[in-house]
Write a protein that binds this ligand. Structure first.
Ligand code: DX5
Ligand code: ZN
Length: 245
């Protein structure tokens, strides 16, 4: 398993003082910032768009290397992921993680979708890479891990994802209960790909981290567990130790 990467989800931060919350969590030991983008369509909730990302980017140093400290990990819970690639690159996103379900079906099935908005996961990964970002692919609890094998086995590295995100709650809201039922997906991925960055998101904290780490996850998102903690630095350290032990 690659080294731990701790990515607090700013969905649970104080939105009235977001810049300060972001720089503070990095100084408390966080590696990445997990930025949840929701469009009220792919998920039943709304968060924020590029202008907010631009502002918080100025409060956090840009990573000096791929996957470095300060990486903006944008979790795109949106129905039309291709449409927003350039805007999020310009806003300061480093890793653009789209949902398999959106790339594959939602946009394509929607009658309003223009033909250039219909795109396969591998085309979208190439497009994200061509735009200078790392590419992640996320799956919801209802999506079997098997849909990823073809995508991960692509011999063309331009079309291979840099990270897989296994959702451990239904996407849309912070503070939900961790779904251990999703961990076999992480185990199957880790077994085949010892060096892959595997991210888990939803319900992670001191009481659930051991299960996720044992399954093989190394990129750990935590919203309420970090921002709701008395001592966030201690929680970040604990999450890291569980993965790196
Ligand atoms: C949920 C988001 C998560 C959320 C996690 O749709 O993708 O990133 O903020 O929050 P916690 O850690 O509180 O479950
Ligand atoms: Zn998320």
């Amino acid at each position: 398993t690659p080294p731990a990467i701790i990515a607090p989800s700013i969905l649970s931060a104080d939105f009235a003082d977001l810049g300060a919350a972001c720089s503070k969590t990095i100084s408390q030991g966080a590696d990445w910032l997990h930025v949840d983008i929701m469009d009220g369509h792919f998920v039943p909730n709304l968060t924020f768009g590029p202008p907010v990302v631009v502002k918080i980017r100025s409060h956090v140093d840009k990573p000096t290397q791929a996957y470095g400290k300060g990486t903006f990990d944008c979790h795109m819970m949106i129905a039309e992921p291709k449409k927003w690639v350039k805007e999020f690159k310009n806003a300061g996103c480093d890793l653009y993680c789209f949902h398999y379900e959106a790339a594959n079906s939602s946009a394509a099935e929607s009658p309003e979708a223009k033909s250039d908005e219909k795109t396969s996961p591998r085309e979208l990964i190439r497009y994200i890479h061509d735009n200078g970002m790392l590419a992640g692919i996320a799956i919801k609890p209802a999506t079997p891990v098997d849909v990823l094998w073809d995508i991960l086995e692509n011999p063309d590295e331009k079309e291979r994802p840099d990270m897989v995100l296994v959702m451990t709650v239904e996407p849309g809201f912070g503070g939900q209960k961790f779904m251990a039922s999703e961990l076999p997906k992480v185990e199957a991925l880790r077994k085949r790909y010892p060096n892959l960055n595997i991210e888990v998101d939803g319900g992670l904290g001191p009481s659930t981290i051991d299960q996720a780490a044992d399954a093989g996850a190394n990129v750990i998102v935590a919203g309420s567990a970090v921002f709701g903690a008395k001592d966030p630095a201690e929680v970040i350290a604990l999450l890291r130790e569980a993965v790196d032990k």
